[in-house]
Ligand binder design. Sequence first.
Ligand code: NDP
Length: 261
Amino acid sequence: MSLPTLELYASHPVYAVTMWALLVCGALAFLALTFITAPYGRHGRGGWGPTLPTRWTWVLMEAPAPIAFAITLATTPRGLEPVPLVLGGLYIAHYTWRSFVFPFLLKVDGKREPVLIAALSGLFNSANGFVNAYAIGWLAPHLDASWLHGPVAWLGIALFAIGYRINHQSDAILRNLRRPGETGYRIPEGGLYPWVSSPNYLGELLEWTGFALAVSTAAGWVFVYFTAANLVPRAIANHAWYRSTFEDYPPERRVLLPGLW
Ligand code: NDP
């Protein structure tokens, strides 16, 4: 396996600067989110500026990811070769669903979210889509047919598939807790919910760890780092929220890692 070298980074300055920005912003996001829970969904509250309907906030947040990824991949020298295209397809499949299907399944009638959240997430998703596609198309000479004969790619694809399944199953369980028009909260059951409070985030983290393994690029691992910086503090906040909201919340349920934490 040949990973990108420093020499390659030096000759791709926009990519290098964006990678550094993601590394620094990931650390800042983790620090900020440890002390201030992002004000959307169950943690929503006033005082965060203008708002938009929740569904459209999701579209604005997520759509930059598949768009930036697809445009960048298509303009790189190797992006349209079979292996980069298939592995890049995992990213595009996840984000096409998240941007254009998921928002319209949510039961969030009348709810609104801050434009600030949409803007910050949209910015992250543009940068992340760009570096990941750029790395696959310019900086990953290992992604040829022989890559699929080794175990790393398949381990990654399997992990991505398991994460995708957990993420979609968990999100569907949450959606089905509400009848049409309802916007309240219940204790979720089924899937991995008896084990952890936020299995949708666990699935998301597994997906991107699988993706990072499958493509084996630095950008893939920076994506895992940023996702953890974002979702770990929120999983902690969700768990605390469930425990303080529902007296009968199952005490054995953990934050994010079944049986461990
Ligand atoms: P939540 O679990 O907070 O909410 C998902 C949906 O389910 C919302 O519509 C929410 O309603 C509803 N819901 C949540 N809990 C309950 C409950 N107990 N009873 C009834 N309805 C409930 O997830 P997020 O909104 O944070 O994330 C949604 C998806 O996006 C997840 O799959 C997550 O992994 C992914 N995501 C990925 C990120 C990344 O960095 N890659 C970042 C953030 C999210 P309401 O909005 O009214 O609270």
